[in-house]
Each structure stands twice: as structure tokens, then as C-alpha cells.
Design a protein around this ligand. Structure first.
Ligand SMILES: Cc1cc2nc3c(=O)[nH]c(=O)nc-3n(C[C@H](O)[C@H](O)[C@H](O)COP(=O)(O)OP(=O)(O)OC[C@H]3O[C@@H](n4cnc5c(N)ncnc54)[C@H](O)[C@@H]3O)c2cc1C
Length: 490
């Protein structure tokens, strides 16, 4: 949770660290110059949300509820056993911390290779971002290929370009191989409000093609109408290799597959601290201990301070989703005839899709520091009704929040804390594919093929300026700039 910071304290800190703050703003501006993912998942603390009172986020599994958030996904989850918590001292081969997509992807890849994997989850499988996200399979990182190209050069952009579609392939592979029932659908669409944004999407298509990805198709206004029944947009771009799914059911299915392959899962087992991280790690949990040969840390935005070395790499950011009551077939077909998922290209973006039972799942808005708005529906409903005026007054049955982990560079964070201790986190809001991809890279490295992991881990990282206390307000300052740009349409 972010601490509250008084205006005088913020001003004093600003005067002492003017240069760094300008770097935050300039950093965002360089993303902004990037036409592809301009700060997309890191949208602003909107004027409305700043007015909303905040309540403590479920930012940490030590808070009261260790059960799934009260979401549409939890209400429609497939049957899944509640696993017991660890109450003893054990010795294992591979220990994974975190039962979200990152931990599950790494664990399942390793179990498929015959490794003995034990996974520790502080709450329930899929409790974090993985079980409550928008369910959108969006290819690419938050930092666009053009940003990667500008920052790190063509060869790194080629390397990143060669792997950014692999996360979606991992998902499809798991779903098919392990027969996971999670309403997997194809296609996602990026939508534009004006011709400048359309030109940006065209550049994006060209750049992706340049790096060997040819699944994108531009849609003019009339072509877009075949996919989205909204008059709001002037066009868009469809990615035929994107898609959407029920994320909690994917996580639960991956956990079941892991256990079938001999893996062990402990739920409600919070890792409190780790000793011997640079030799044979000893993991302390709420009521037990795990000595392991290899350790993988995938607690992401909910890791809190249990691994202090990782805390400066990311900031928890809250984002929200709500679900309407089921729509009639006729209305659902009118709103989203091709059943694709949609996200717009603004800095403050909306993302939405249909569920399998024809509800509109509508997401948007972010709050730095991971605090939840008091009334998610009040925040999201006006945006939804702008896109689809037909939904004015429709009942919203579920509304919830969750935290993703934002990195300062908007590039995922992975690396080692010791020779056999690994971590992956910080997908900056583009994590459904990212977590599956980087889970695979973790498994690859642990199996001895370190090339791709090492290349990615070598990318420079920076802590958020302002430390734990000031990073959220600083980022908000940077964000106001983008809100303004959205408002005036530049
Ligand atoms: C509301 C919302 C909407 C989103 N929508 C999208 C989207 O549509 N498309 C997209 O690409 N991305 C989206 N994202 C981002 C995406 O969901 C995440 O990037 C991704 O799920 C991260 O997976 P993860 O496994 O790294 O982290 P998480 O899913 O957060 O899992 C981390 C797990 O680790 C556990 N844990 C933490 N600390 C400890 C500890 N000390 N001991 C034991 N366990 C611990 C937590 O309880 C948690 O279950 C969204 C995120 C949110 C919050």
C-alpha cells in the first residue's frame, strides 16, 4: 500500500530531487513518442479517481481475505481443491514462490521435463493478478518494439521481437496439452479515436512485420464495425494471434496439470523470508520451511517486503474490471459481433470483451501504489456507457480491483539473486502473455539453456525515483501529463 504523503513533504522532496522527477516525466514522454504502447498499461490517476476516497487494497495476502477476490471469475471458477498449507520442514528440488501465471508457467514447464516442483502460494492459486485480470491475450511488452529499438538498439529489438509472440503460444499449448477449460478465444483489436492514432497503429503494424510478425490487419471504420458496434472509433488494428480467456480457470487448470505431473502445491503458505539465497536457499513460511536446490520467486506485485532485494524493481499499480449481467444473444452480437477483445490506444485506456456467458467485462483506470477506488463501478460505468450507450443502466453484477507490478522501464524484470535463485516480475500490465513467456524462460535457464534468460536479464533496470514513499506521487505527476494529452487528443 502506498503511504500518504503531505503536499509540503512532496514539495520539499521535489525541490531536492527536481532532476529525477524530470526524468520520470521525460521517461514517460519517450514512451509517449512511441506509437505502440504509449504508457498504455500505466494509465493515469484520473481526476475522477483522485476524488474517490481510497480504501486499503488487497495489496498483500497478509490482509484478511486469503480467498479469491469477489470477481466474476471467482463466481464462475471450475471446481478446484483447496490445498493445505505447509506446516513442516521439507527438502525439495525446485521451490516456486507464487501461484500466478509466472510461477505456474515455470513450474509446469519444469514438471514437464521431469523436475520435482513444490509451489508455495500465500493465498489461493490465481489469487493475484492472474486470477482477476481482463483476460486479454495481448502480444508484446508494455514497452513497444520501437521503444526497445531506440533504447537498446536493433539487435535487442530483434531479440525481443523474436519472443513476444511466444507467450500466447505457451498459453495455447498448455490449454491443448492439459485440456484446460478456460473459454479460450482468438483475436484482439486495438482501436483508435483519431487519424493520428490510426497512423500510429499503421507504424506499429509495419514495425511488427519488420520483426517477422504478420498477424496484424488494419481496419478502417467500416471494417471495424464488423467487429465492434460502437460509433466511437475511427478504425483499428486486429491481431489474429491475440485472444481472450477466463484467466482464473486457466490458472486453476495449470495447477491441476502441475499436480498430475507430480508437482506439490501448498496454499495459504506465505513466504516470510529467505536465507542462504546465494547457496542452497532456505525458505521460511508462516508455519514451515523449505530447503531447495533451486528457487524461483514469482510474487510480482504482491511480494511486499518478503524479498527486500526485489522491492525497488517494481511498484504495485491497481487496475479495475467489472462485469455486467448476461446480455441477450442479440445485444452481444450487436456490440461485439466477432467476439474479439478490445483495448484502445489512449494513455487512459478502456479494455473490454464478452465472457462465455455474454457479459461485458469492462476494465480500465489505474492507481499508482496499489490502492483501490472505493467504488469501482462508479469509476468504470461512464466509460463503458460512452463506448456502448445501449448499456446505459444495465446491471453490473461484479466489480473488482487487482494489482499489477509496474517497472520503471516498462520492461519485465528477471534475473538471479544467487546462482540457483531466480525471479521474474514486472510485466507492467501486459502480463497474461508475458508471465507465460518469462515462466518458460525461467524453466529454460534452470534446465541449462541460459541464453535467452541471460540476454533479457542483462537489460538495465532502474529503481523508481522517490523510493517507497515518493514513487507513487512522482509517477502520478508524470501521468498528469498524459491525461492532458488524452484530453486534448494528441
Ligand atoms: C485487474 C487487472 C487486469 C489486468 N488485465 C490484463 C489483461 O487483460 N491482459 C494482460 O496481458 N495483463 C493484464 N493484467 C496483468 C496480468 O494479470 C499480470 O501481469 C500477470 O497475471 C502477472 O502474473 P504473476 O504470476 O507474475 O503475478 P500474480 O498473478 O500477481 O501472482 C503472484 C502470486 O504470488 C503470491 N505471493 C506473493 N508474495 C508471496 C509470498 N511472499 N509467499 C507466497 N506467495 C506469494 C500472490 O499471492 C499471488 O498469487 C491485469 C492485471 C490486473 C490486476
Amino acid at each position: 500500500m502506498a503511504e500518504s504523503v503531505s503536499i509540503p513533504a512532496l514539495l520539499a522532496h521535489y525541490l531536492r530531487h527536481r532532476d529525477t522527477i524530470q526524468l520520470v516525466v521525460a521517461h514517460g514522454a519517450s514512451n509517449c513518442a512511441n506509437p505502440l504502447y504509449p504508457f498504455q498499461d500505466v494509465t493515469m490517476l484520473s481526476a475522477q479517481s483522485t476524488r474517490n476516497k481510497t480504501q486499503p487494497a488487497e495489496s498483500h495476502p497478509t490482509e484478511p481475505s486469503l480467498e479469491h477476490a469477489n470477481s466474476y471469475y471467482a463466481a464462475t471458477a471450475n471446481d478446484s481443491p483447496k490445498r493445505s498449507s505447509l506446516q513442516e520442514s521439507i527438502e525439495v528440488d525446485v521451490c516456486v514462490v507464487g501461484g500466478g501465471f509466472s510461477g505456474l508457467s515455470a513450474a509446469l514447464h519444469l514438471a514437464e521435463q521431469g523436475r520435482q516442483v513444490t509451489l508455495l502460494e500465500a493465498a489461493r492459486i490465481g489469487w493475484g493478478a492472474s486470477g482477476r485480470n481482463g483476460g486479454q491475450i495481448v502480444n508484446g511488452l508494455n514497452a513497444s518494439l520501437s521503444t526497445i529499438e531506440k533504447r537498446y538498439g536493433n539487435s535487442t529489438a530483434e531479440f525481443v521481437g523474436s519472443l513476444v509472440q511466444e507467450g500466447a503460444s505457451v498459453i495455447r499449448y498448455f490449454v491443448n496439452e492439459h485440456a484446460i477449460d478456460c473459454d479460450l478465444k482468438r483475436r484482439n483489436i486495438y482501436v483508435a479515436f483519431n487519424t493520428r492514432q490510426m497512423r500510429e497503429l499503421e507504424s506499429k503494424q509495419q514495425l511488427w512485420r519488420h520483426y517477422g510478425m504478420d498477424d496484424h490487419e488494419m481496419l478502417d471504420q467500416s471494417a471495424l464495425q464488423k467487429h465492434i458496434g460502437s460509433a466511437l472509433y475511427c478504425g483499428g488494428m486486429i491481431d489474429h494471434s491475440g485472444g481472450h480467456l477466463h484467466p482464473l480457470n486457466l490458472a486453476l487448470g495449470e495447477a491441476k496439470a502441475l499436480e498430475k505431473l507430480g508437482g506439490t502445491i501448498y496454499e495459504q503458505t506465505r513466504v516470510t523470508h529467505i536465507d542462504d539465497i546465494d547457496t542452497t536457499p532456505l525458505v521460511f513460511t508462516s508455519a514451515g520451511q523449505v530447503r531447495c536446490k533451486t528457487l524461483i520467486i514469482c510474487g510480482n506485485a504482491y511480494l511486499g517486503k518478503s524479498v527486500p532485494a526485489l522491492a525497488p524493481r517494481v511498484m504495485p499499480v491497481s487496475t479495475q474490471v467489472m462485469a455486467t449481467e448476461p446480455l441477450s444473444q442479440e445485444l452481444a452480437d450487436a456490440l461485439l459481433p466477432s467476439d474479439s477483445c478490445v483495448e484502445d490506444v489512449r494513455y487512459i485506456l478502456d479494455y473490454y470483451r464478452l465472457s462465455a456467458d455474454r457479459r461485458l467485462l469492462f476494465g480500465g483506470g489505474t492507481v499508482y501504489g496499489g490502492k483501490d477506488p472505493e467504488n469501482v463501478e462508479a469509476k468504470l460505468r461512464p466509460n463503458m456507457e460512452k463506448v456502448f450507450p445501449e448499456l446505459r443502466g444495465i446491471a453490473v453484477t461484479h466489480a473488482w480491483s487487482g494489482n499489477f507490478a509496474l517497472s520503471f522501464t516498462r520492461v519485465p524484470q528477471l534475473g538471479r539473486l544467487g546462482p540457483d535463485s531466480y525471479f521474474a516480475m514486472g510485466y507492467s500490465g501486459h502480463g497474461v502473455t508475458g508471465s507465460h513467456l518469462f515462466g518458460k524462460l525461467l524453466a529454460e535457464a534452470i534446465s541449462g539453456n541460459t541464453a535467452r534468460f541471460d540476454r533479457f536479464a542483462a537489460l538495465p533496470w532502474f529503481p523508481f525515483p522517490g523510493g517507497q514513499r515518493f514513487r507513487a506521487p512522482y509517477s502520478t505527476i508524470g501521468s498528469w501529463w498524459y491525461s492532458l494529452r488524452d484530453a486534448v487528443g494528441v
